[in-house]
Design a protein around this ligand. Structure first.
Ligand SMILES: [Zn+2]
Length: 228
């Protein structure tokens, strides 16, 4: 997927001195069996491993799939790693703002979503990026909580659509999409000024976390979507 390469380059450019983005496994263009996620068969899913820092705050390269808890730490064989909010947020915002990428979901745990949105509320200059991320970042209701990677799911590309690829929900309003009128729930995502005020407010961090963790997750989630 070109979008992944563009986003990885964007992160490396914005935050030099880091390690390359690790892509866990990229589904083949024609789909195929996959051990970790059944959804990878569609050919539009990829696992992106988180950017990490070591205990001292320097960019670090992990080894395998590190699970990050609520406080943003993971341990592996006695070593402590931190969730790299800056690079991970930059990855997210680049993907959701890349209109060619047609990102449907970036599955990750509620705790990590809250961390990313808190970081974004402080440092992100584009409210649009924050609104999109608030909807697109999502912990699946069933299956893996995704505390060890972002699970990227994109929609059909232009070529695929001409070959009969049927666009699945959600139809986010910021993606030009003929089917979007039918998806009223997704349309709410773009008009939620209330949300923007929340995210850009200086105070009420706890309530913001609440929003990130619950209300918008529940609202943004068509029942048919399950990430694994
Ligand atoms: Zn995954």
């Amino acid at each position: 997927m070109g979008a992944i390469e563009r986003a990885a380059r964007g992160v490396a450019h914005a935050f030099p001195g880091g390690h390359p983005l690790r892509v866990g496994d990229l589904s083949t263009p024609h789909g195929g069996a996959h051990s970790r996620h059944r959804t990878h068969r569609t050919g539009r899913d990829a696992d992106l491993l988180f950017f990490l820092r070591d205990a001292g705050g320097l960019a670090a390269q992990g080894d395998g799939w590190l699970r990050f808890g609520r406080l943003g730490f993971a341990t592996l064989r006695g070593r402590v790693f931190r969730f790299d909010e800056a690079r991970n947020w930059h990855l997210v915002r680049t993907l959701v703002m890349d209109d060619q990428a047609r990102v449907k979901w970036l599955f990750c745990s509620n705790e990590l979503k809250a961390r990313l949105l808190r970081y974004a509320a402080r440092y992100e200059s584009s409210p649009e990026a924050v609104v999109r991320a608030t909807w697109v970042l999502h912990q699946p209701t069933r299956g893996d909580s995704h505390d060890d990677h972002f699970h990227l799911r994109v929609g059909c590309g232009t070529d695929e659509r001409s070959l009969g690829c049927t666009e699945q929900a959600p139809h986010w309003p910021w993606l030009s999409d003929t089917a979007r009128k039918q998806d009223a729930r997704a349309s709410d995502a773009a008009s939620d000024l209330h949300l923007v005020r929340w995210l850009f407010a200086e105070e009420r961090v706890d309530e913001r976390r609440d929003i990130a963790g619950r209300r918008f997750d529940a609202a943004a989630q068509p029942a048919s979507i399950v990430g694994r």
